[in-house]
Design a protein around this ligand. Structure first.
Ligand code: DGJ
Length: 703
């Protein structure tokens, strides 16, 4: 039994393999959080279920942590739900009415129903348990059981209460285009730290994930509480520390400029917010999140293919001949999937025209796409293609025919970003236009892979023809419609894999990952810059989901020069891709690269299905090292990167992780063998030298 209810004490306990999550119904009928940490007997929490006030300015509600707080009465901290009634009243008084423990898809789920004392509104709080990963997946459903509309002004998914710590350190990521997933941390002081997107998609400036520890947790040890939100629209995570040294982290759909009208009999379901606790440090946190994505979130268990992408090779200068030449060379490299990026359709000769006109450009492809697709297939590769269905260039037939199809306010200008506007996909005719051209593209051609891009944020968020009083629904409706389109396409074309991209890594989250097989984390393909982007990514998202391309020796991003080996090693830590102009590569370069692709295919099961350990980070000694171990701990691969050697300083030995202590292991490239405990405690030597050096060690258990 992972979910228990103690009738006598009115206490709920969610027990995972290593943790307990405990809360109760207090004398006021409110759900009071009691405990979240390593396994415990719920009865021991019974004495905690009481309230006491400090003064009339700090009433008892300030002293407790609520599981989900309803704005009204004395609630002054971040609420989880705030509504406005038809009669002008704006106050909630929700009390626990009943609970159910159900089994859904093999998982146990607790659903607690709360009812307002005077108005016909219910809140159903769900807790789904993933015992083996010590995770709880939470969400809320708001049900209007009355006959009047209710305006939902703020509807959060969940609030996570962190147990008392002398200090609370919040870890999160920030970034920008070409510099996504940069790790940050800060000690919380009283007040709120808000991580959010207001841009209409997940965003590169922040990502919907958090971790809290006492400031001393490391990769390998220490208590860490964390959560990740499944939402690709405007989101918000608020870490709030009260004057009574309590911290709660509330997250869900961003309430900024947001409202949802809940009609009579209707219900609204929030995105899910998965949370976990581990005593095993940040490394264990990430491994649990990775496994959760593999086992419960992403749509397919298939290995991800080695792909070639034409973007950096040809940009908009796409044509059948060059692409076929690229395909020939890609096949020699051992590529499994050939992807044509932007520029194949309409008048798309630059980024100023053509978006929205999803027909093949006959000047570039006189014999249609089929000729290239056939060639790619004959070379033994699958074929993939780029689309950006939510966007339109004003210089396009689509926009000339339907200028009203974009988000806009009638009295305002239409801000262009990258010379494009955003389609109002919530309009039924726009949604069916997208579904129709995608269906045509995917049924006319044998396409195995779609890279779905989105290269701008939402501005002037007006939805023409949508009721005036419901205009603020736009942020939610865009994300819902996008999910509906992806779900429909996946159902119609189950053999097609999808990559989520938004000008690099601006739409990567657990929401879109229910439909996407892989992600494009950044347009920055410089192999050194990628290390910190990939490190931040790995805190939350699994290696298999991270597409990484090997591009030119001199990076187009910053002119840094890196060796072929360094570039391959950096890109082999996720799903390997090649993004260079192979038409300009020598035969020697192609042969050498084919060797790396072969190596990648051999270690792919470790990278794509194994456990990942971050052994070292550039911030410390200038060495980044990441290890992948298979489930049996019989095989492992280690990647290490040196930035610059300085002043003859010796590099520290690298202590491995996840091996069996008493088994003997050998490094493929070196003579001799060592026990797992020697490799984990003494470490292995790192023969890295000079600038931007790298190595990959394959290590196997000896019979
Ligand atoms: C942005 C993406 O991140 C790139 O990889 C590429 O697909 C371009 N868009 C194409 O316009």
């Amino acid at each position: 039994m992972t979910i228990q209810y103690n009738e006598q004490h009115r206490i709920f306990a969610i027990q995972t393999n290593q943790t307990s999550y405990i809360f109760g119904v207090n004398g006021k009928g409110r759900l009071q959080h009691l405990y979240w940490g390593s396994s415990l007997d719920p009865e021991d929490c019974a004495p905690l279920l009481r309230t006491w006030s400090h003064s009339s300015f700090d009433m008892e509600i300030e002293r407790i942590l609520e599981e989900y707080s309803f704005w009204g009465d004395l609630v002054y901290t971040e609420p989880s739900l705030k509504v406005s009634w038809h009669d002008g009243v704006r106050d909630l008084s929700m009390k626990v009415a009943e609970h159910r423990i159900v089994e859904q898809d093999g998982q146990e789920k607790l659903v607690i129903t709360l009812q307002d004392e005077a108005y016909p509104l219910e809140t159903h709080l769900s807790y789904t348990v993933i015992p083996e990963l010590d995770l709880i997946v939470r969400s809320a459903k708001i049900v209007n059981t009355g006959s009047h509309d209710v305006i939902l002004e703020n509807t959060q998914s969940a609030s996570w209460s962190i147990p008392y710590l002398p200090d609370y350190r919040l870890t999160h990521v920030t970034g920008k285009w070409s510099g996504e997933f940069q790790l940050r941390n800060t000690i919380l002081s009283e007040g709120k730290k808000v991580l959010e997107s207001r841009r209409g998609f997940t965003d590169s400036h922040a990502n919907p994930w958090f971790a809290v520890d006492n400031g001393y947790a490391t990769e390998d040890s220490g208590d860490v509480w964390f959560g990740a939100l499944a939402w690709s629209g405007n989101w918000k995570i608020t870490a709030e520390k009260t004057a009574f040294n309590q911290v709660k982290v509330t997250g869900g759909i961003n309430d900024f400029d947001s409202e949802w009208t809940l009609g009579a009999g209707e219900s609204f379901e929030t995105p899910t917010f998965v949370g976990g606790y581990t005593a095993g440090g940040f490394g264990e946190m990430s491994r649990h999140l990775h496994q959760y994505q593999y086992d419960y979130v992403i749509p397919s268990q298939e290995p991800r293919k080695v792909l070639y992408n034409s973007w950096e090779a040809t940009y908009f200068d796409v044509n059948a001949q060059d692409q076929m030449a690229l395909a020939e060379r890609a096949a020699r490299l051992g590529v499994e999937l050939f992807v044509v990026d932007d520029g194949w359709f309409g008048e798309r000769n630059h980024d100023r025209a053509g978006l929205g006109d999803w027909f093949v450009n006959r000047e570039k492809f006189p014999n249609g796409l089929e000729e290239l697709i056939q060639k790619v297939h004959n070379l033994g590769m699958g074929f993939g293609i780029w689309v950006e269905p939510e966007s339109v260039n004003p210089d396009s037939d689509l926009y000339r025919q339907h200028p009203d199809w974009v988000y806009h306010f009638p009295t305002r200008g239409r801000t262009e970003l990258r010379n494009q506007l955003l389609l109002n996909i919530t309009k039924p005719e726009v949604k069916s236009y997208i579904l129709q051209f995608m269906t045509e593209l995917l049924s006319k051609h044998d396409i195995a892979f779609i890279k779905w891009d989105m290269n701008r944020t939402i501005t002037q968020p007006g939805m023409k023809d949508h009721p005036l009083q419901r205009q603020k629904e736009v942020w939610i409706r865009h994300a819902h419609t996008l999910y509906e389109i992806w779900a429909e396409l996946r159902e119609r074309f189950p053999h097609v894999a999808f990559e989520t991209c938004a000008g690099g890594g601006s739409r990567i989250d657990l929401g879109i990952l229910r439909y996407a097989d892989q992600t494009w984390p950044s347009d920055n393909t410089d192999a050194f810059d990628r290390l910190s982007i990939q490190e931040g990514f790995s805190y939350v998202y699994a290696p298999k989901l991270m597409t990484c391309w090997v591009t030119e020796a001199i990076s187009g991003m910053n002119k840094r020069t890196t060796s072929l080996q360094y570039r391959f090693h950096s890109a082999m830590m996720g799903t390997l891709g090649i993004g260079s102009n192979l038409n300009e590569w020598s035969d020697e370069l192609i042969d050498e690269s084919a060797g790396y692709v072969r190596q990648y295919k051999e270690i792919r099961p470790l990278v794509q299905y194994g456990h990942q350990y971050r052994l070292d980070t550039l911030k410390k000694q200038g060495v980044a090292a990441v290890q992948y171990v298979n489930k049996e701990a019989s095989e492992t691969v280690v990647f290490a990167f040196l930035h610059s050697q300085r002043l003859g300083e010796p590099l520290p030995r690298l202590r491995l992780r996840g091996l069996q202590p008493d088994k003997m292991y050998a490094i493929e490239q070196l003579p001799g063998a060592w026990t797992g405990k020697a490799m984990m405690n003494i470490g292995i030597e790192l023969p890295l030298r000079g600038d931007l050096d790298s190595l990959m060690y394959r290590i196997r258990e000896q019979e």
